[in-house]
Design a protein around this ligand. Sequence first.
Ligand code: FES
Length: 160
Amino acid sequence: MPKKGMYPEVDLILKTHELKQSAIISILQDVQKQYRYLPPEVLTYVARQLDLSEAKVYSVATFYDNFSLEPKGKYLIKVCDGTACHVRKSIPILEELRKALGLSDKKHTTDDMNFTVETVSCLGTCGLAPVLTVNDKVYPAMTPEKTRELLKHLKEEVNE
Ligand code: FES
């Protein structure tokens, strides 16, 4: 059982939301911001502190697409494959990323935990298609060449 005080950053988040059970969604959003995903041991801890069942906390964590129970890389790249982006050739962009990073539709995160590549159905900026985001920064009108450049730049950042 996770002991009280084991996760000071989570305690701070809980305190910000006044330990309110009704704030569970906002609490989990903040926890995810902190860890980039929802670690199972932290979910257990949150359940204990809020006096909620683990089942309840897990049901919230798995209900919303934005929550992830899997660890994500330092750079989370989301390639839009909604209709507008798809017709403007989002797939070659996705393939370029997967090839360059050794990823696939089954393996989303590199072993060094630097990159995660996912697809999304529409980022809501169809006029800029094809679009991808890196940690929520939007890159419009992408091509495989521009993607290669972007990746090169991100890898340099990692090594700095
Ligand atoms: S389909 Fe890609 S932003 Fe809408």
